[in-house]
Design a protein around this ligand. Structure first.
Ligand code: FMN
Length: 169
């Protein structure tokens, strides 16, 4: 039994070529996000796809100048359409729901031989203004997508024995 290759070989891409992302591949990536699970199947998301160079440059500035942000030919701003739902465990559902959708999109991007990187280091207010996101909504994550300039190296993970226990903490 093998891991899914896109999981086994996962590594964030922070160096993109300027080659455009194929429109059908991009649609499949968004479709993967659409298929993600969410609490109570509320699907509280809106994905703003940004390919326009000047808007990407503005987003890069709002992401504290992280160069890979503007370099990526596609930025998907993963926004919430509902910030009100608290789950029975007391936790807010929207950051989790959005993270599920972004995870699905990242793996589909890898399946398309594209690179991807999650970015949360940004001034949310600035991004909202750039993308005209309504006042009451939130921009949870940016997902950068594009052709990797080189294959990124996988980074270390804690071994299973340090993160898994059985029956008790
Ligand atoms: C919630 C979250 C926020 C992240 N924010 C950023 C970010 O702002 N900028 C960035 O370059 N990478 C960001 N990353 C990517 C992580 O740094 C990266 O996933 C982690 O170092 C593990 O490396 P890998 O993805 O190559 O395996 C973020 C990842 C996650 C899951």
């Amino acid at each position: 039994m093998e891991l899914i290759p896109q999981i086994a070989e996962w590594a964030s891409t922070r160096n993109f070529t300027s080659e455009e992302v194929d429109a059908e591949a991009l649609t499949r990536i968004l479709e993967a996000g659409r298929k993600a699970p969410s609490a109570k199947n509320r699907q509280p998301w809106r994905f703003i796809v940004v390919e326009n160079e000047s808007i990407r440059a503005q987003i890069e500035a709002a992401a504290f100048g992280q160069e890979h942000v503007g370099q990526a030919p596609v930025i998907i701003a993963a926004c919430t359409t509902n910030v009100d739902y608290r789950m029975p465990n007391g936790q807010w559902s929207y950051p989790i729901d959005i993270a599920m959708a972004v995870s699905f999109m990242m793996l589909q991007a890898a399946r398309e031989n594209l690179g991807a990187c999650v970015v949360t280091t940004f001034d949310e207010q600035e991004i909202k203004e750039i993308l005209t996101v309504p006042y009451s909504m939130r921009v949870v994550m940016l997902l950068l997508v594009g052709h990797p300039a080189e294959k990124p190296f996988p980074t270390q993970r804690k071994p299973l024995k340090r993160i898994v226990s059985h029956n008790h903490w």
